[in-house]
Design a protein around this ligand. Sequence first.
Ligand SMILES: Nc1ncnc2c1ncn2[C@@H]1O[C@H](COP(=O)(O)OP(=O)(O)OP(=O)(O)O)[C@@H](O)[C@H]1O
Ligand SMILES: [Mg+2]
Length: 340
Amino acid sequence: MGALLEVKNLVTQFHTQEGVVHAVNDVSYTLQEGETLGVVGESGSGKSVHVLSMLGLIPMPPGKIANGEVLFDGRDLVTLSDREIRQVRGGEIGMIFQDPMTSLNPVLTIGTQITEALKIHLHMSETEATNRAVELLDMVGIPDARRRLRDYPHQFSGGMRQRVMIAIGISCNPKLLIADEPTTALDVTIQAQIIELVKDLKKQIGMAIIWITHDLGVVAGIADTIQVMYGGRILERGPVEEVFKDTRNAYTLGLLNSLPRLDTKGGARGRLQQIVGSPPDMIIEPKGDPFAPRNPYATPRCFEETPPLRHVDGGHPDHLVAAWYDLREAVKQQSVEEAV
Ligand SMILES: Nc1ncnc2c1ncn2[C@@H]1O[C@H](COP(=O)(O)OP(=O)(O)OP(=O)(O)O)[C@@H](O)[C@H]1O
Ligand SMILES: [Mg+2]
């Protein structure tokens, strides 16, 4: 496996009347070919803006990519022209967004929308594209595929529309599929089916995936690597099991503690906890660790200096954390204090 995507020092801002929104603040990471990355973090943490920045989908103005590179297969996506990035989007990089009703065109048949991508990106003829569209609808589990090509989006259920979006997302055999909360609007059973479907397609196609979600359960089910974002920064990143069992950032711990757990009896993790405090104001010039004001383990340094994302001490080599405090020590200390 080699690096497929290298995001380097990405900074994206929005210049609004209220001030500059610091949406993405110096995000760097590498995604390997075939890797599935789960990106989590609460609302407004920069999850969507960071992928939209890669895809040339930030409205400019008010948006601006103030710094950074996004190397994909050797090219810097940030510097591509509109025409060039349009070739990448829907071609080498497939996308699935949350609401297929707004992503699909209501006045065009499903067939037209799927074959369009194939004609543009893979230069297929009408017949070739139609045959491939049938094959794709079969692959995503839409029965009676050939007949359904003539139907419009509203003739499909929510879950089926999401399957159509996935068919379009994978139609050109992308090297990378970006999914931004694709199952949030669906009920739990359908959500589980869609996740199974994507896992299955991944086995067949082998593409890398960036899957953005609020749901840590989804990450546990689908991702190799988890990336926790807060205040436009990556606070922790690593193999999913490592980050879950050897958590090093207080925000990640807060997210994990806010989940009801079935596998522990009592103890801090047995209780359903909420992270106290409110999300950061993205208009204030970022300073220090963005989570410091809500972090019970914050040290004075956390309020002053931004911690770099670095390898954790004595942990997995791919496990990275941004924190000045030592979470394991701090938690140990706290349990000692609670005990006396
Ligand atoms: N067009 C825009 N104009 C101004 N600010 C914007 C714009 N788009 C996004 N932002 C701001 O950028 C920040 C990051 O937003 P982003 O959409 O990336 O969050 P997110 O992590 O995807 O949240 P959610 O989980 O709600 O989707 C937020 O403060 C948001 O208000
Ligand atoms: Mg979002």
